[in-house]
Design a binder for this molecule. Structure first.
Ligand SMILES: [Zn+2]
Length: 69
């Protein structure tokens, strides 16, 4: 959580094939939202993931902060 978070607010689509849902969450909440979804819906299984279409872009933007990619 930083002061500049709002300026660079970036919603990231989380795709879950099992639930057939796409949920957009702020980049800053991505890891938490992914974990929460998988824990609450799938007993902790790693089912939901970042939309593959933007993984490359995400990797450039945030790979340093996320251990997801
Ligand atoms: Zn799901």
């Amino acid at each position: 959580m930083t002061d500049s978070a709002e300026d660079e607010s970036l919603d990231v689509p989380i795709v879950c094939e099992v639930c057939e849902t796409t949920t957009r969450v702020p980049l800053s909440d991505l890891a938490t939202a992914l974990k929460r979804h998988n824990e609450t819906r799938h007993d902790g299984e790693d089912v939901a993931s970042v939309d593959p279409a933007i993984k490359d872009e995400l990797a450039r933007l945030a790979a340093e902060d996320l251990d997801l990619l």
